[in-house]
Ligand binder design. Sequence first.
Ligand SMILES: *Cc1c(COP(=O)(O)O)cnc(C)c1O
Length: 383
Amino acid sequence: MKKIQMVDLGSQYQKIKSEVNASINDVLESSAFINGPLVKEFQSNLEKYLGVKHVIPCANGTDALQIAMMGLGLKPGDEVITTDFTFASTVEVIALLGLTPVLVDVCPNLFTINVESVEKAITPKTKAIVPVHLFGHCANMEVIMDIATKHNLYVIEDCAQSMGADYIFSNGQSVKSGAIGHVSATSFFPSKNLGCYGDGGAIFTNDDDLAHIIRGIVNHGMYTRYHHDVVGVNSRLDSIQAAVLNAKLPHLDAYNKARQSAAKKYTEKLQGIEALVLPVVRCDQPNGAASCNCHVFHQYTIRLIHGDRDALVTHLNSKGIPCGVYYPIPLHRQKAYKSERYNEADFKVTNQLSNEVFSLPMHTELEDDQIDYIVNTIKEFLG
Ligand SMILES: *Cc1c(COP(=O)(O)O)cnc(C)c1O
């Protein structure tokens, strides 16, 4: 059996080496390291793939979130509602911009923002909602868009973990994650579903005016060379990363299928163990979840509802199985983001999940014997 890794980028690279190397080589030969033709090409290929009017590449996913909020003109004191259970980027950029983060609880089985908690958190100062499509599954976008319309709020999708995922509206309409809200942010960090070989990110929107504003913000607030109309940042996707992404984008659907197939095997083999709650796919597609892309399994995250999660993780590690705890501390309990406005009783789910969740190795190169070994090791431990 091959050594088990949380993410196996090496084996993936070996299979696409000639395409990636050729694409990188084009950049080397052209010396167009910044804003080269491959950046444009990737941008337009991704626009087509997502069915979104504008993709604006930038340096990383955290920047993408920050720039999206700057583009919307959010101002200090504005409240932005987001999930208590995610990577810190979201709350970090809200705070950095002097906006007020308002963290809310999540749904226990989907791990995404609880729409009832969102509605309860709205005040006259609320300006935006940031749903995070955590672990590869979209938040309840239909209800979130309805709430936003009703209260005149912006929706900023964080699709760093959901590239390629479909969201199905109740009328059957299928839209790619990132193409639903007013503006979206993603990351191309190497381990994401669409990852480059360094840092990268992008902002998506269907709004022409907003796209124009954002194109200036990523480039020092310049709309005409050396005329700085707004305060901007320097955030670029470099051409070598664009070359990698352009070579990998045509494989994204197959990569997501490989993740789904690994997830299906985990679920089939772990089904019926009472101590475990396995990942759920919510799909409103009339013909069922059989072959949908409603969950692209950035992570395969399980809840251990009876037993000692940390002991299980330690045991798996000792048997050569890396596994992750995403996330061990809810954001409202982090030193940097504590606030008197929070009440522990409002975070029942995130407080519980942070003690129960663990994520198994998940990537595009998992092999059956590895999955069997991982499942058997869990079963042995749980008796
Ligand atoms: C990875 C990630 C980010 C940040 O992306 P970087 O490119 O690392 O800055 C933001 N949000 C979520 C949910 C992520 O998983």
